[in-house]
Design a protein around this ligand. Structure first.
Ligand SMILES: Nc1nc2c(c(=O)[nH]1)N[C@H]1C(S)=C(S)[C@@H](COP(=O)(O)OP(=O)(O)OC[C@H]3O[C@@H](n4cnc5c(=O)[nH]c(N)nc54)[C@H](O)[C@@H]3O)O[C@H]1N2
Ligand SMILES: Nc1nc2c(c(=O)[nH]1)N[C@H]1C(S)=C(S)[C@@H](COP(=O)(O)OP(=O)(O)OC[C@H]3O[C@@H](n4cnc5c(=O)[nH]c(N)nc54)[C@H](O)[C@@H]3O)O[C@H]1N2
Ligand SMILES: [Mo]
Length: 904
């Protein structure tokens, strides 16, 4: 009996001991209910032990004396006896809360703060009904700070629990908020006592979410408004796939919070949490439009869809189905994408279907496919705390994938080595142990050097290479021949710096790799991805937790759009469309004919529209005029079409050129699923009804399919998902109900039993052996041709506050935070060009020119300039080139030969 592990007694009831970190965590878990009141505690933050409201009495064992301890930070031990509600504890808690209230606005207990104030709840739970002690005169009259676009600060309500400070440090890693002063003088400040709106705050809202009073709160939540319901859904911005809890009142969104039991664990960025007001903005499209006498004119749905049908029929008759094409949407759901490609393939009869994966991570998918047999990320962001080393190549996650970026930041701050390879000094580069600030377009040279030095240092994982890979020996022989001096010269790096990175990477126990568009959007994009795969294979960093090749996929559902078959060569589930057995498989499953001719990729669609071989294009939620390269060529393509259909929520630059505009709905108004960058399939649930005049995108597609001859019921995401699961092998066990029951979603492949997969390639690669490839560096044609006339290299990337063409974020308060695209210029170049910050400069390339404001900064090296592509007033893609990745035709947005001229 004495050998039996001892349990823990909570109020004399025994529970089995477990690995909980504290008495509070143990009790919450054992009882499944939070019976111990807390104030300074938040499950998302480290225990703090400041307020002592969570005090309990404990005995270490049956005969030991009773002690009063703060349960949040006292470790649990076997045999412990916990008294959660003894008389002395009750008295203590009540006293503490009364003291807290003594320095709090006197109307606290009657104030209606969002119907939801933790302090009031705690006061009620400890039996405080009135404030006994005299009101302190310290901070009740502090002025409100209303300078922030999304949060208000009212420190008269602050109880100094430090939760906001800790959230800013421990969740976002921003360190904007601090506690200054002592005793009654102590208070929260931002940076150097700046106004909240002028501070270094990145508006993630973690402070407002954790604040137990309303000392920091969301500006949207108007006082005393209580939500009718909250709806759990998935964010429609980037590929992180944050879950959102949307509070709704009278069919209007009140506010958004981040749930704890989700991939984003109580965190989001300002886009997910605050930038939602676009959804009912007055600029929303609310009627179908047809161009009549050159003007887009409102019409009925029937008129719009019949018009498209008529055009499709006559084009098919005169030119065949391959004169029609569709571009699907990585912003929209799996079910919508599946139906859209089905409409184009099975009803129009062509493989001319593509999506924005083309302009984004198509090289990732194809490169990893060739190395490993699957194009998707190998691990999960949940692995980040297990990594000893993180290498971030051509990605800027603190801006583009902020919740993942914050995790990487936290892991680096807790001691993991961070390596950044980027021509720009990004936020992560600033804190990195190694920043290789290479010349844009030289990834292959740099990765080859890293591989060379790993071989030279003898740090190869021979066993992994021999057992799990092929082509290793040849590759190693080739890499030994590398001219490292030449590569150092080409990349503009010091050899020793690259060597140090190679040794650090290959020596780490668990090295996790992340990459983004700085890898893919290049003429050697696919090749670079294969070299990244080599790095992981040669060091055995695959097939277990805390390692892997982890592309930071862009759009919320770019993984899903490709999974659903929105690429010309791959049908749903990545089956090759040119194979007879695949064509038969789809015919058999769907009972509809399958096209057999090869389809066009997006750039080929545009070329076809210019040369007259493509007559009609349906663009579903992409703003190609603003976001595809070489705008002049794109506009010419749009003008060359007989029919341009644009399915949009706003009058985008592309919609302005359409013959027919179909008003769809935002993610807040529809249901379905998105698949995030970790292959995680998650539910999207409508929070509000579609705006009058609009239809959900799935319903628009279904109604068009009916016009094209396929009789079927109204769009129902759950029903479409059933069809998807019957066609796509790795969705086999995915059901609407199964997803509803999984707050973390399900990572594909999902087997028949509904079990998902966190890590790919355990024991064996999808293709059997992992394959090594060797590639030489080659200068981009853009530079070879134009560098003499246009001596600067322009690279374009993103900012935190705006999202791609920014139709959405420009219609939120994010425009107050970031108002325009600017060009970053190194001080030496600025001097040579007689430019200072705030001047206007013209960027000129072989394709065109744009003028924008200058920011002089040493974040870019001499000879390199950088801007974003979020504002149509600039339309930066006027200057970008038609050069693409050799294998996948992904545009080379990251290198443009330009000259910089002072604008008059
Ligand atoms: N806030 C915000 N978030 C977004 C988006 C947005 O528009 N705004 N868009 C979403 C989409 S669609 C995508 S695809 C992702 C993209 O997210 P990221 O992949 O992070 O995209 P970028 O910021 O365009 O580029 C990443 C980095 O590549 C670097 N780079 C440029 N040239 C080179 C090079 O030659 N070599 C190397 N090593 N690096 C280079 C740039 O300096 C930049 O820091 O973000 C998604 N998330
Ligand atoms: N210079 C430069 N250009 C780039 C890049 C770069 O790095 N540099 N990056 C490229 C990359 S990676 C990408 S992915 C592309 C992205 O380019 P786009 O895909 O064109 O960009 P988004 O802003 O995401 O545009 C989506 C459109 O869909 C609409 N929309 C959003 N949600 C919905 C919905 O639910 N229903 C409907 N019907 N419409 C909706 C929006 O209003 C918007 O007009 O841009 C590329 N362009
Ligand atoms: Mo993207």
């Amino acid at each position: 009996m004495s050998d039996q592990p001892k349990g823990v007694f909570i109020d004399d009831v025994e529970f089995p001991f477990d690995d909980s970190s504290s008495i509070l965590a143990f009790t919450d878990k054992a009882l499944g209910d939070k019976i111990i009141p807390t104030l300074c505690n938040d499950d998302n933050l480290n225990p703090y032990g400041a307020c002592r409201v969570c005090s309990v009495e404990v005995q270490q064992s049956e005969d030991a004396p009773k002690r009063t301890v703060a349960s949040c930070h006292t470790p649990i031990a076997p045999g412990m006896r916990i008294y959660t509600n003894s008389e002395s504890v009750k008295k203590l808690r009540k006293n503490i809360v009364e003291l807290v209230l003594s320095d709090h606005p006197p109307d606290c207990l009657t104030c209606e703060v969002n119907g939801n104030c933790e302090l009031q709840d705690v006061a009620a739970s400890v039996g405080v009904r009135q404030i006994r002690y005299a009101k302190g005169d310290n901070h009740c009259d502090r002025e409100k700070d209303l300078s922030h676009a999304y949060m208000r600060m009212d420190l008269s309500k602050c109880i100094n629990c430090s939760r906001c400070v800790r959230a800013c440090d421990e969740v976002q890693g921003q360190f904007t908020l601090t506690m200054t002063g002592r005793g009654f003088e102590s208070r929260i400040t931002t940076d150097n006592d700046m106004l909240f709106g002028d501070s270094s705050c990145v508006s993630c809202g973690a402070c407002a979410q954790t604040c137990p009073t309303s000392a920091i709160s969301d500006v949207f939540q108007s006082k005393s408004v209580e939500a009718d319901k909250t709806v759990r859904t998935t964010c429609s911005y980037c590929g992180v796939g944050c879950n959102l809890e949307v509070a709704v009142k009278n069919d209007e969104v009140l506010s958004i919070r981040a749930p704890q039991d989700a991939v984003n664990a109580g965190h989001t960025c300002l886009k997910g949490r605050y930038a939602f007001k676009f959804y009912n903005h007055e600029d929303r499209l609310t009627s179908p439009l047809i161009r009549k006498d050159g003007v887009l004119t409102p019409c009925s749905w029937d008129e719009a869809l019949d018009f498209i049908k008529g055009k499709f029929e006559s084009i098919k008759q005169d030119h065949g189905p391959d004169a029609i094409a569709g571009i699907s949407s990585a912003r929209c759901t799996n079910e919508e994408n599946y139906m859209f490609q089905k409409m184009i393939r099975q009803l129009v009869g062509t493989n001319n279907i593509d999506c924005c994966a083309r302009v984004c991570h198509s090289p990732t998918a194809w490169g990893m496919q060739q190395s490993f047999g699957t194009g998707a990320g190998t691990n999960s962001t949940a692995d980040i705390p297990l990594a000893d080393l993180m290498i971030v190549i051509g990605a800027n996650p603190t801006a583009a994938h902020p919740v993942t970026g914050a995790k990487i930041k936290q892991q680096a701050m807790s001691g993991a080595t961070l390596i950044v390879i980027d021509p720009v000094r990004t936020e992560l580069a600033r804190m990195a142990d190694h920043h290789l600030q290479l010349k844009p377009g030289t990834n292959v040279a740099v990765l080859n050097m890293i591989q060379y030095y790993i071989v030279e240092a003898g740090l190869l994982d021979h066993e992994f290479i021999k057992e799990r890979c092929e082509g290793g020996e040849d590759f190693i022989e080739q890499i030994k021949e590398l001219d490292v001096d030449a590569m150092a010269e080409i990349s503009g790096l010091d050899k020793e710096d690259v060597k140090a990175v190679a040794i650090a990477y290959a020596s780490a126990n668990n090295a996790m790799e992340f990459h983004g568009l700085g890898v893919t959007e290049h003429s050697q994009g696919t090749k670079t991805v294969m070299l990244i795969s080599n790095l992981a294979m040669m060091t055995g960093n695959l097939g277990r937790p805390g390692v892997g090749v982890n592309p930071l996929r862009g759009q919320n559902n770019v993984q899903g759009a490709a999974d659903m078959g929105c690429q010309p060569h791959h049908g749903p589930g990545y089956l090759w469309m040119d194979q007879k057995d695949v064509q038969d498989f789809y015919e058999d499953k769907l009972g509809l004919p399958t096209p057999t001719t090869p389809g066009r990729k997006i750039p080929e669609m545009f070329d076809g529209a210019v040369d007259g071989s493509l007559k009609a294009l349906w663009i579903f939620a992409e703003d190609v005029v603003q976001t595809d390269p070489n705008t002049h060529h794109v506009v010419k393509a749009m003008q060359g079409l007989d029919l341009l259909v644009v399915q949009e929520i706003f009058m985008s630059e592309t919609a302005k050129m359409a013959d027919v505009v179909l008003p769809g709905t935002t993610f807040l108004e529809k249901s379905g699923t998105f698949t995030n960058t970790e292959r995680r399939i998650q539910q999207v649930n409508a929070a509000v009804k579609p705006l009058p005049g609009t239809k959900t995108d799935g319903q628009i597609i279904v109604e068009m399919m009916r016009k094209l001859g396929l009789d079927q019921p109204d769009f129902d995401a759950a029903e479409v998902l059933k069809e998807v699961a019957s066609v796509v092998s790795f969705f086999e066990g995915v059901t609407w109900e199964g997803l509803a029951a999984s707050p973390m979603g399900l990572q594909w492949p999902v087997n028949k039993k509904g079990e998902d997969t966190q890590i790919l390639h355990i024991g064996e690669f999808k293709r059997g052996k992992g394959k090594f490839h060797y590639h030489d560096w080659k200068e981009s044609e853009e530079l070879t041709k134009h560098k003499n006339e246009y001596p600067f290299i322009l690279t374009t990337s993103r900012e935190l506050q705006h999202y791609n063409c920014a139709t959405m974020t420009r219609r939120t308060s994010n425009v107050q935070i970031l108002t325009k695209d600017v060009i970053m210029l190194n001080p030496r170049d600025a001097k040579a060009k007689d430019l200072i910050s705030g001047d206007r400069a013209t960027l000129k390339s072989d394709r065109g020119q744009v003028t924008l404001d200058v920011e002089v900064t040493d974040r870019v090296k001499k000879g390199v300039v950088r801007t974003t592509f979020h504002f149509p007033e600039v339309l930066i893609n006027e200057v970008t080139s038609g050069v693409t990745d050799e294998e996948t035709k992904c545009p080379e947005y990251k290198i443009v030969a330009v000259d910089v001229l002072k604008a008059s």
